[in-house]
Design a binder for this molecule. Sequence first.
Ligand code: SAM
Length: 228
Amino acid sequence: MPGLLSRWLEKAQKKMALHKPKSFPTHHHYAAFFDARDILFKGDDMAILEYPDQKTQEEIFHHVVSKFDLQGNSILDVGCGLGYLKGYLDRHYPDYASYLGIDLSDHMVAGAQERFGKGCFIKRDILVDPFFENQFDISFLISVLGYPVGPDPEAYMKGLLKELFRISGCGIGFTHLAPHRREEPSDFTYDPQALKEWCCQVLSPHVVLDDTLGQVTYVIAVYKGIPT
Ligand SMILES: C[S@@+](CC[C@H](N)C(=O)[O-])C[C@H]1O[C@@H](n2cnc3c(N)ncnc32)[C@H](O)[C@@H]1O
């Protein structure tokens, strides 16, 4: 009976966790959603992070990270989740200078610390508690954009990208979702070419769009100078 009950509970939890809100009133509600996923999907990190599997996560990491020379550079990972990018960098790009992962979710920060080291992850809201201009060399924002946040999701997204670019001396790499590739009511999508053009006009003329992942996700890298 306890076995039956726990299986039923597990099923009910998974069903509940598959429910996705159509939008979040603020980015703090978005983070709270990940706190809840951490409880519901305990033991299945990729389900918590909404990746189908780790291979897909690493493929996306590769497409973002490979746009930059990480050697000797300081890295900021905004929306670090459970810290998997840190593990990926340690394995594939061990010559980076430093890494800081930040997230708004208590569970994600604690989980990242448990998995990849205490000193590298903190809870911080860069829109409320900003870093200095060019404080980091390269900033990443991976699988963070994609839900509608706030009353004007586009303005929120652009504000976050502007702030990220301000605090990054070399540039930023981020992912977003392209329209018409998936039918989820919670998707906040943006045309890849249109976002590239916005980056060129507002952030820097040095922008690379990579839409070769063959998934809903595309990658944009924006550089402060001409990339070498
Ligand atoms: C799908 S997870 C991605 C985690 C990680 N980047 C990865 O690819 O494995 C999205 C994360 O972004 C965080 N997040 C959303 N908005 C944020 C913000 N403005 N600042 C920091 N973290 C944010 C959420 O709390 C959540 O942990």
